[in-house]
Design a protein around this ligand. Structure first.
Ligand code: CA2
Length: 140
């Protein structure tokens, strides 16, 4: 099984800024935890601050991965281009948010990408990525 994690804008700052919201761990460190938790699954990781690069990555991997775990960050709330990209591929996409977006500002309450995603996990910190991979492996 092969799963792609895709993180959107500013998530390269995890562990460096706003630890009270996003925790103290950087994503590269957390990847070791994830890979240890799923030794039989190949987990690829990509992060970009650019909408076009995120779309290109979804197109590139969306037909040969068993699933995509996507934290589109702020693009979640307004990118119809990402919505269309998710709709255009076969792989099931699980939308993940580290924070509980419903406890935050009103503009974060709505996700334009959720209708194209298999499911949504939010509010469990980085553990949300583990929950998403577990959900994807149960789809098989
Ligand atoms: O809770 C999430 O995972 C979000 O997708 C994170 C996005 C935010 O725009 C969404 O509403 C919810 C923001 C990512 C910014 O990440 C940072 C990490 C550390 C320091 C500063 C920003």
């Amino acid at each position: 099984m092969r799963i792609q994690i895709i993180n959107g804008p500013n998530l390269n700052l995890l562990g460096i800024r706003e630890p009270e919201i996003y925790g103290k761990k950087g994503f590269e460190d957390y990847l070791h935890v994830l890979r240890d938790a799923f030794p039989k699954i190949r987990i690829d990781y990509f992060q970009s601050n650019s909408e076009g690069e995120l779309i290109d990555k979804i197109h590139e991997v969306g037909f040969d991965r068993d699933g995509i775990v996507l934290n589109a960050a702020a693009y979640t709330h307004y990118s119809i281009a990402l919505l269309d990209a998710i709709k255009s591929v076969n792989a099931p996409v699980v939308e993940v948010h580290i924070s509980n977006i419903h406890q935050r500002e009103d503009f974060r309450h709505h996700s334009v990408i959720s209708p194209a995603c298999k499911g949504v996990i939010c509010g469990f910190g980085l553990d949300g990525y583990r929950l998403a991979i577990d959900a994807l492996q149960r789809l098989r």
